[in-house]
Design a binder for this molecule. Structure first.
Ligand SMILES: C[S@@+](CC[C@H](N)C(=O)[O-])C[C@H]1O[C@@H](n2cnc3c(N)ncnc32)[C@H](O)[C@@H]1O
Length: 178
């Protein structure tokens, strides 16, 4: 069965939406916070969704290699995307790469902010999005798409909230391919 995994599915809004669009897929949402996991459980009723209350760092390595169609990371915790911590998170995405099937997709939507929460300049934005892309390419991912706008199917409540302050919270959408 084709499988999509959401890393850090939060309140479950996205996986709930996707479960209705991808009826023939298995959708797996992994969420560490007990409270958010419970919110997802309360929201999602579809049979093709499996919700797991654990760290994706525990779950992903146990998956079969070359078996997953798509991973989604929508607004990952900075621990898993912040450039200053790249040595601690890069290996996790190496695992994600191994688990994806050939031509499998990794979607990442993340925010670029200024340390002092000042407006983010175009230079800072371009520099950071290029550095992040470079890290994923060094793992082996091919870039399909990088843009400021993200497809509306991936929107979450938090993403909508962040999008209300576009000067200080700039969004970047990446689509990578194995
Ligand atoms: C910024 S929130 C984004 C949530 C959701 N994707 C959204 O857009 O609303 C990051 C989420 O990742 C979860 N998280 C952080 N580290 C995790 C881990 N190691 N394993 C699973 N979930 C994790 C957090 O509990 C939180 O719900």
């Amino acid at each position: 069965m084709k499988t999509i995994i959401e890393l850090g599915c939060g309140d479950g809004v996205l996986i709930n939406r996707l479960s209705k669009m991808y009826k023939n897929y298995l959708l797996v949402g992994i969420e560490l916070s007990n409270e958010k996991f419970q919110n997802s459980v309360n929201l999602v009723a579809a049979k093709n969704v499996k919700l797991i209350n654990d760290s994706f760092e525990n779950i992903v390595p146990k998956l079969e290699n070359n078996s997953i169609d798509k991973f989604l990371a929508i607004l990952p915790d900075p621990k898993y995307i912040d450039l200053r911590n790249q040595n601690s998170w890069k290996n996790f995405y190496v695992k994600v790469f191994e688990k994806l099937e050939k031509n499998g997709v990794l979607i990442i939507i993340t925010e670029i902010t200024n340390e002092l929460l000042n407006p983010v300049s175009q230079e800072q934005y371009n520099s950071e999005i290029n550095k992040i892309e470079h890290i994923f390419r060094s793992i082996g991912f091919k870039t399909v798409h990088v843009s400021h706008n993200y497809p509306s199917i991936y929107s979450t409540n938090l993403l909508k909230k962040f999008s209300k302050d576009p000067d200080r919270i700039k969004i970047v959408f990446y689509k990578f391919l194995k």
